[in-house]
Design a binder for this molecule. Structure first.
Ligand SMILES: C[S@@+](CC[C@H](N)C(=O)[O-])C[C@H]1O[C@@H](n2cnc3c(N)ncnc32)[C@H](O)[C@@H]1O
Length: 257
């Protein structure tokens, strides 16, 4: 059974490069993923194929028409369809959600807004989730939908193949990934850490765990604080020392919870 992903979009051509390259394209070729688009413009009923109207109450930008959008969504939706409103006003999409949809969904539709977005009545009546990809505003939902589709596809069994795995990636154990190195052993005056050349697997794992804690403390104290009670006392001390030295971003433990 493949996972079907549908982009609800006024600009279906936006997705073409994404279908032709990389992991997502391989998933399509292997039949593990299916992709299609629905364009609300095809469901407009006037000669000019109008999809938007002026905001009621005044204001800038045009709002996508709820009746036209509903007809478009009807054409692809079935009882098993999950509808995601892609929006800066949504919860931040993350790996936990990506894995959830990869494991539980059969068909996901991504409502990609344009202009001032959708009429609220359409998304409130028809969407199950509202997700953002960050605290910034894009001019359309398509780049955000590509991000979500790509991250979901990585958790569909078989899509990454044996050579790659999501299990050592950032966020898998709640931490950022440890820094990675390849050849040459010396570059720009910096050497690959000696322990990684030792072949000693236990030492390498220990080193990587320390580096994960260090990097997460520096870059994403919010993530580390969520795991605080699962860290060893020495890991907690290391994080506290990083924060005390001013190397990390300042977050108070109570503020982040
Ligand atoms: C110009 S934006 C509309 C912004 C909307 N007026 C607001 O302030 O919330 C057009 C569309 O881009 C998409 N979009 C913009 N920023 C996004 C973000 N950070 N995450 C997800 N989708 C986003 C949404 O689909 C939105 O309807």
């Amino acid at each position: 059974m493949s996972l079907r992903l549908t982009a609800f979009t006024l600009f279906p051509r936006f997705f073409e490069p994404f279908l032709e390259e990389g992991v997502f394209s391989r998933g399509l070729k292997q039949g593990l993923l299916a992709f299609d688009c629905v364009n609300p413009r095809d469901f407009a009923e006037d000669v000019r194929r109008t999809v938007d109207g002026h905001p009621v109450g005044g204001g800038d930008g045009m709002v996508l028409l709820p009746d036209v959008c509903s007809r478009a969504l009807d054409s692809v939706q079935s009882p098993e369809t999950i509808v995601i409103h892609v929006s800066p006003g949504g919860k931040i999409f993350n790996n936990v959600w990506a894995k959830h949809f990869a494991e539980t969904a059969k068909h996901v539709v991504f409502l990609c807004g344009r202009y001032a977005g959708f009429d609220h009545r359409f998304v409130s009546a028809r969407s199950h989730h509202e997700f953002s990809i960050g605290d910034f505003v894009l001019s359309g939902g398509e780049p955000a939908a590509v991000c979500m589709m790509d991250s979901i596809s990585r958790f569909v069994p078989g899509v990454l193949g044996n050579a790659q795995s999501a299990s050592a990636d950032s966020f898998e154990d709640g931490l950022l990934e440890a820094p990675q190195y390849t050849h040459p052993h010396e570059f720009a005056g910096q050497e690959v850490p000696k322990v990684l050349l030792s072949g000693h697997h236990a030492e390498i794992s220990r080193f990587r765990r320390i580096e994960q804690i260090r990097r997460t403390a520096q870059q994403r104290p919010d993530l580390l604080l969520q795991l605080w009670n699962t860290l060893s006392r020495s890991e907690q001390k290391m994080a506290e020392a990083i924060w005390k030295s001013g190397c990390g971003k300042t977050v108070t433990r109570s503020a982040s919870r």
